[in-house]
Design a protein around this ligand. Structure first.
Ligand SMILES: NC(=O)c1ccc[n+]([C@@H]2O[C@H](COP(=O)([O-])OP(=O)(O)OC[C@H]3O[C@@H](n4cnc5c(N)ncnc54)[C@H](OP(=O)(O)O)[C@@H]3O)[C@@H](O)[C@H]2O)c1
Length: 298
């Protein structure tokens, strides 16, 4: 399928897991020309060999951005992974300012489900304020509010399979889990195809609660795995007691608090609308990755 827009198409954060998957999708579709920016160009030599122009860009070194973004018409801004509250926003704003100065006409941004002021999720504010800046500038934009990656269930699922207990502070809350691969497909489509200015909830096919995740794990493991709801305070102190850094424990528990309060209980048709393919369900994803759940995966 050919693009319905004109490039050059620029993807930031291209050496990350999502970034690479987006590049693969764009290459599969024959989209060109593509510019990939990253803090570590050496990590993308295989993509340079496939015709992608790789440039160095670090949002925290704004002087690298003018050259890195030069000539781009449509840009996919992959949100950064900094854990310090407020730092992501600073990085994103530097990238947006540089994109506007470089003459970028359309920005696709990977945001978060319901990044509203009442969300307890520690990094929701960074996404909300990034969206706000894009809106204030009035630039043509596609906001992709990615729900939680289903992929994250592999780590907690493996632990649950090993112990027989899926422990979370998520109450009866549900999540519209979406695979990273489906997020990448949606992002590639939003970059290559004309969406106008729009906001999409990027989700899997259904909202799923922890009891349902435990039931899927039970059927895959052939043993009973129970959902054990706990309080946010108990979970956070247990994580720190087991050696997790306090800011990471706070971040992870804040996600559970967001689930419990219903902020991630969103399921939409956006992935299929953008890509033409149905998103992968939690059960199908876990079944396809059953080896990783039993500790036999890579
Ligand atoms: N929905 C979810 O469940 C979920 C889960 C985890 C993360 N996320 C968000 O989605 C993003 C992509 O996910 P992922 O799985 O690909 O994460 P990842 O593999 O950890 O990648 C981190 C990304 O952040 C970029 N980055 C970090 N600091 C940067 C800086 N100073 N300047 C420019 N780019 C910077 C990296 O780019 P380079 O290394 O190429 O420079 C890379 O693309 C994450 O960064 C995070 O914002 C969402």
């Amino acid at each position: 399928m050919t693009a319905k827009t004109e490039g050059p198409y620029l993807v930031t954060g291209a050496s990350g897991q999502l970034g690479r998957s987006i590049l693969d999708r764009l290459l599969d579709r024959g989209i060109a020309p593509i510019v990939a920016t990253t803090r570590s160009p050496a990590k993308l030599t295989e993509y340079a060999a496939r015709g992608i122009e790789v440039r160095r860009a670090d949002f925290d070194e704004p002087w690298t951005l003018e050259e890195a973004f030069a000539g781009a018409r449509r840009m996919l801004l992959v949100s950064t992974s900094d854990l310090e509250p407020g730092q992501r926003l600073k990085s994103h704003l530097a990238a947006i300012d540089a994109a506007v100065a470089a003459g970028v006409e359309h920005i696709v941004y990977t945001s978060l489900t319901n990044p509203h002021p009442d969300s307890p999720i520690t990094f929701a504010g960074d996404h909300r304020e990034t969206e706000r800046r894009l809106a204030a500038l009035g630039i043509s934009r596609t906001v992709l509010r990615n729900n939680l990656y289903t992929d994250l269930l592999l780590a907690s699922g493996a632990q649950a399979v090993a112990t027989g207990r899926l422990v979370a502070a998520a109450g009866d809350g549900k999540v519209g889990y979406v695979t990273r691969a489906d997020c990448a497909a949606a992002a590639a489509a939003a970059l290559a195809d004309e969406t106008g200015t729009a906001t999409y909830d990027i989700t899997g096919p259904a909202s799923v609660g922890m009891a349902e995740v435990a039931a899927v794990l039970s059927s895959l493991a052939g043993t009973t795995i129970s959902y054990v709801p706990t309080s946010a305070a108990e979970l956070e102190s247990a994580m720190v007691r087991h050696g997790m850094a306090a800011p990471m424990a706070r971040l992870l528990v804040s996600i559970d608090e967001g689930i419990a309060a219903g902020h991630l209980d969103v399921a939409s048709t956006a992935v299929e609308d953008l890509t033409g393919s149905e998103p992968t369900s939690v059960a199908a994803f876990l079944r396809a990755n059953a080896a990783a759940l039993s500790g036999r995966g890579s």
